[in-house]
Design a protein around this ligand. Structure first.
Ligand code: AMP
Length: 576
């Protein structure tokens, strides 16, 4: 892996990114920076948001612009005001030791001020397409000397209906310019833009199309429709340090959920298209500086949200388009951090989960809605830690302490702790004391059919099953002994004919996989891995194995297993 200087980044930029704490280039930076610096070609980069895209194009751009020429040399187009501001701030940070002038122009802010800014001179302009068209119409912007056009989040711009605007903007730029296009997905419309405005572009794909970042854990909870909101509260309550974005389908839904959360004492607010730009900015600023803990948003309003520390993305409703799931969940696990994406679904929507799994190429774990006991435990822990970590102004309170000591002298240590905790915790206990357990949205039969309901931990596939003579207990013992993991820590086992699923706590995954490397059972290689999707070769092998068993007169392969499998495959293939 190369360092930024090995990639060709110059001294001044190195100094500025060092101050930002960038030490190792991200994969997209590793691959894009040298190409953009050296090649004269256009560039097409398929990369998700949060991968370090801005620096991937921003650093070479700064190296390639002429500081002495004061005309506008670079135009960066982005779909939203938030993203525009983010990009221009980032470019300003990266060019701290270069005297570049940058103007950010977007709708919803004073156009006069933006005109003044451009008239003062802007070597780089970062713009939303709509506002830029407006400024071109007013003959404020001259794009004749543009050397670089960068289209960021091109798919989002097209989703938002900016195709015509982009066309008419690009007409005003000289044919000699270089075009760099970044997109998270590659629908036909993006390909069309590439074909129309780019010449033989260098194409770079970071990760697979639509693939969700691997540092995101995907969970889903099956709830009864009427319990959706109660389940959301449970999830939030079970994670006292949560810093989340909750996605809902319509503006009305968003408004209602946010209002309900606020009414119930949560630090939440809404972000949707009915708000004025000023209101949206206010909400975003509060969220960005963590004055707000839960942001409830529509898909459109949340575009361009770039906040690094989002711990959870909660899909109160699944998105209309499976593709949008990746966009939403990509709001967490940014800048090398990990995150959790949680979907709330009713029993009729579980098929959609399978479709999204395929689309984003990630495995979803069904999880149990946190029960009252867990929620209370987590909240108590938070309170106790708050007491433990509180900063004590020893000198400041010294003179008041004797009164307090005197007043509390009759209480034992245990009674004191009980009372301090009860001060805040009573309110919480009162709410949950009579709270009913939330029922799963699955019918009993579906639970049985799926076989994997409510199993905690990660699901492993193992190519051994009842046909190998295993019972659940013996398979548990076998895994326990081979991997030296206590049997009691191995969760549910779903024994199938020629394979099984085993649930184990995530922490045991590496040791189990490692211990089983090279392991054989009755002369056969044992394969154990995360997931549970069987490969074609597994299917072939299992058919062979069944035949072999049948010809050996060892009984029939569990017909019910096969029927179940068929049924669940049919369910999965229903088009969403
Ligand atoms: P982006 O995809 O450009 O929105 O970047 C996502 C986040 O990663 C931003 O907060 C960047 O400041 C941060 N970032 C980008 N490159 C690096 C790097 N090489 N090291 C650490 N953080 C980075």
């Amino acid at each position: 892996m190369s360092s930024f200087s090995e990639l060709g980044v110059g001294e001044k930029v190195l100094k500025s990114i060092e101050e930002l704490g960038y030490k190792i280039p991200t994969p997209v930076q590793q691959q894009a920076i040298p190409v953009l610096l050296k090649n004269q070609q256009d560039f097409l980069g398929l990369a998700q948001t949060g991968t370090g895209k801005t620096a991937a194009f921003g650093l070479p751009l700064i190296e390639l612009l002429e500081t002495t020429s004061k005309v506008t040399q670079a135009l960066i187009l982005a779909p939203t005001r938030e993203l525009c501001m983010q990009i221009s701030n980032d470019l300003a940070d990266y060019s701290k030791y270069h005297p570049f002038t940058i103007a950010a122009v977007y709708g919803g802010a004073s156009i006069e001020r933006q005109i003044q800014q451009i008239k003062r001179g802007a070597q780089m302009i970062v713009a939303t397409p709509g506002r830029l068209i407006d400024l071109i119409g007013r003959k404020v912007i001259n794009l004749k000397a543009i050397k670089f056009v960068i289209l960021d989040e091109a798919d989002e711009m097209l989703n938002m209906g900016f195709q015509e605007d982009i066309d008419s903007i690009l007409i005003h730029t000289p044919p000699s310019k270089r075009v760099w296009l970044f997109s998270a997905t590659m629908p036909a419309e993006v390909r069309e833009i590439a074909d129309s405005y780019m010449h033989n572009p260098f194409e770079l794909v970071i990760g697979k199309k639509n693939v969700s970042a691997s540092n995101i854990e995907h969970r889903y909870y099956v709830v009864q429709e009427r319990d959706r909101y109660a389940a959301l509260k449970r999830i939030i309550d079970a994670e006292p340090e949560i810093f989340a974005i909750v996605f809902a389908r319509t503006r009305l839904d968003v408004q209602k959920i946010a209002e309900d959360l606020i009414r119930d004492g949560y630090n939440a607010d809404s972000l949707h298209g009915d708000l004025s730009q000023q209101q949206r900015d206010k909400v975003m600023n509060r969220y960005r500086n963590h004055s707000l803990q839960i942001l409830v948003a529509t898909d459109v309003a949340a575009r361009g949200i770039d906040v690094d520390d989002v711990t959870h993305v909660i899909h109160f409703h699944l998105p209309e388009e499976a593709e949008n799931y990746a966009h939403r969940s990509g709001r967490t696990a940014r800048a090398g951090k990990s995150g959790i994406s949680i979907a709330l679904v009713n029993s009729r929507e579980t098929g959609k989960i399978r479709q999204i799994e395929k689309k984003v190429n990630a495995l979803f774990r069904i999880s149990k809605i946190p029960d009252v006991e867990l929620v209370c435990e987590q909240q108590l822990l938070k309170l106790v830690r708050k007491i433990k970590d509180v900063e004590v102004d020893t000198a400041g309170i010294a003179k008041y302490l004797p009164v307090a000591f005197n007043e509390l002298s009759s209480l034992t240590r245990e009674e004191l702790i009980e009372r301090f905790i009860s001060l805040e915790f009573n309110r919480f206990l009162d709410y949950y004391r009579n709270a009913p357990e939330l029922k799963s949205g699955y019918s009993h039969n579906e639970e049985k059919d799926r076989g994997d309901h409510y199993h905690e931990g990660i699901r492993l596939f193992i190519n051994l099953g009842s046909m190998d003579g295993f019972k659940e207990s013996s398979l548990r013992n076998y895994i326990s002994e081979t991997a030296s993991v206590p049997a009691k820590n191995i969760g549910n086992i779903i024994l199938k004919g020629v394979y099984s699923f085993v649930y184990v706590p995530v922490k045991y995954l590496p040791i189990i996989v490692e211990s089983f490397t090279g392991e054989t059972y009755k002369g056969r290689n044992v394969r154990i891995e995360e997931g549970g999707r069987r490969t074609d070769s597994d299917s072939r092998k299992s058919k062979q194995k069944v035949k072999q068993f049948q010809s050996e007169g060892k009984g029939k392969f569990g017909r019910s297993d096969r029927n179940k499998e068929k049924k669940s495959r049919k369910k999965e293939s229903k088009r969403w």
